[in-house]
Ligand binder design. Structure first.
Ligand SMILES: [Zn+2]
Length: 260
């Protein structure tokens, strides 16, 4: 069975990261994404920029980083689903213009958000509403970094999902251990909330599946910060049937990320 990796960063900040788990994965080299997908037995990958503004911070709205995602998608449209890193505090007009451009020019499939780095609250609809309007209009999926206080918290993020019931949301890392049960609550209360298991502990993944069921969790490696081999092993040691493994490794991702 081929897997779908729903959490891949397109390299890191070379001025900050001294080493990574997948050192050959480098921004601006689409072939390195395909090499990584092949090595982890993945049919598709969901690709987005490094989470923080690259240093020096000339690319504050992530536009240059997003264009590099676009180049990779246009070179390998059958393997890579691309997301734009968005900072919605640039305001409605700027944010909507960027997102429309990405959708039109390279088929952008969703947005990656890190409220802690960009200083807003994910439940502040004045800030995130205009961006979510575009997500609704173009059927884009919203990926929240999730599990860091005080901004990147599952239950704050769930309020955005509550306000936009037709938009699909993903809380990365199942709330990063400390907020596991907030992520479980968010998924139980709102049908449009899902999670990826990147960086989560095997025990936490099992607890999540026990509470929420098999349809809302996807495999994600968080490459190049984590090892795809290790992240895949976590889903293989928690006693899933073959049919359940197929859901979390591939079928759920096809639905959440519109992969044919
Ligand atoms: Zn990540």
């Amino acid at each position: 069975m081929k897997v779908i990796d729903t959490h891949i960063h397109y390299g890191t900040d070379p001025n900050v990261a001294s080493s990574t788990c997948v050192p050959y994965l480098i921004t601006g080299q689409p072939d390195s994404v395909i090499r990584m997908l092949d090595e982890e037995n993945a049919s598709h990958g969901v690709l987005f920029p490094h989470d923080r503004v690259m240093s020096p911070p000339w690319d504050a709205d992530y536009d240059k980083a997003n264009q590099q995602i676009g180049e990779a998608v246009l070179k390998y449209p059958d393997r890579i689903a691309g997301l734009a890193r968005i900072n919605p505090t640039f305001g409605a007009e700027h944010t909507q213009k960027l997102l429309r451009k990405y959708v039109t020019e390279w088929g952008c499939r969703g947005v990656k958000l890190v409220a802690g780095y960009d200083f807003y609250r994910p439940n502040d609809l004045k800030v995130v509403g205009p961006m979510l309007d575009i997500c609704q209009e173009y059927d884009l999926t919203v990926l929240f970094h999730s599990g860091d206080a005080p901004r990147d918290l599952p239950y704050l993020q769930a309020q955005a999902a509550k306000a936009y019931p037709n938009v699909r949301f993903v809380l990365a890392h199942i709330g990063m251990h400390t907020y596991l049960h907030e992520a479980i609550l968010a998924c139980k209360e709102y049908e449009n909330v899902n999670v990826d298991m990147a960086q989560a502990w095997p025990y936490d993944i099992r607890i999540f599946l026990n509470h929420v069921g098999m349809d809302r969790l996807t495999y994600g490696s968080d490459t190049p910060y984590q090892s795809p081999e290790v992240e895949q092993l976590k889903l293989k040691v928690i006693g899933l049937t073959e049919a359940e493994q197929e859901k979390v490794f591939s079928l759920n991702a096809r639905r959440i990320w519109r992969i044919a």
